[in-house]
Write a protein that binds this ligand. Sequence first.
Ligand SMILES: O=C(O)CCC(=O)C(=O)O
Ligand SMILES: [Fe+2]
Length: 304
Amino acid sequence: MIPLLDWTRARSDRAGLVADLGAAVRGTGFFLLKNSDIDPDLRTRVLNLSDAVFALPEGEKEAVAISNTPHYRGWARPGVESLDETRGEVDTKQTFNIGYDLAPNDPRVGEPFRGPNQWPPLPGFREKMLAYYDAAQAQGVAILSLLAEDLGLPPDHFAPLFDAPLSALRLLHYPPATGAAGEIGAGAHTDYGAITLLMTDGEPGLQVRPRGGDWTDVPHVPGAYVVNIGDCLMRWSNDIYVSTPHRVLPPARTRRSVAFFVEANPDALVTALPGTGAAKYPPIRAADYLASRLDATYAPKVPT
Ligand SMILES: O=C(O)CCC(=O)C(=O)O
Ligand SMILES: [Fe+2]
C-alpha cells in the first residue's frame, strides 16, 4: 500500500519511476524513498545534533524558544503545538524548527515567515542544519520535477517557484508513553506544504489513514525516507494528488524524527496546474495559504 521507490531510477529508468511516483501520489499520497541524494553522513550528524539540542538544559532551550520571535523558528516545548485542531489533546513531542536562513539585516525580514533562525550553543549545529536544509530542498525539487513530468508539464516547472522557499526543517523528539488518558505523540493531521521528507529512527508510532480506510502503521525501511504529499500540492494539483492524514502514537521508547517540509516561495501562486481541469479553488499565494494553516496549529487549546 505504501510503495518503496528507488531514487537511483531517476537516472536509470526515469519514465518508470515517474509512473510509479504518479501512482503513489494519486493513491495514499505516501511512499518510501531509498537511495536519496542526501548524504547519509549528513543525515546521521543531523540526528545526533537533534539529540543534543533536546538534551540541553531547559534554560538554554528557553533562550531559543519559538515564542521569542514571530517567525516559527526555534524550540517548542511539549504542548505548544496541537496538530489535531479538532481535539483538546496537546502533543507530547518537543520540536525545533529551522527556516530559510536570512541575515538579520536582510530586507525580507519582517515579511511573514521571513527572519533569522535561532541557534543553540552547539558546535556545528548551524552549519549542519543549513547544509541539510539545502540538500533536502534540492531533493524535494528533484521529486517535483518528476511530478511535473507526471502531469505533462516541463520538468523545470516548479524549480523557479521553490528557490527562496518557506520550507521548514523540523527536529522532533517524542518521550516514551506514560499511559495517560488522551496522550498522543502527534495528533492526526495532514501536512500543509508541497512535499514532506521524513527520516525516522525506526521506533514505531507513525500511522496513516488512507481515504476510506483505517489507521495503518507506516513500515520502517532503514535508510529510506517517508515521503508524502501535503495540502498545498494537493490544492495546486486540483486534488489529483492526495494529502493523507497521519499521526504519531505515543512510542514505547523515546522516538526521534526529522521532518523537512518542502514549501514554495512566499509569492508562488498556488492555482490549478495546467491540464488539471476546471479549478476547484481560487488562487492563493503560498505564504497566505501557510499562514491560514499555522494559525490553527498554534492556537491555544488549554488555559495557560
Ligand atoms: O514524527 C513523525 O514521524 C511524523 C511527524 C509529522 O507528521 C509532522 O511533524 O508533520
Ligand atoms: Fe505530518
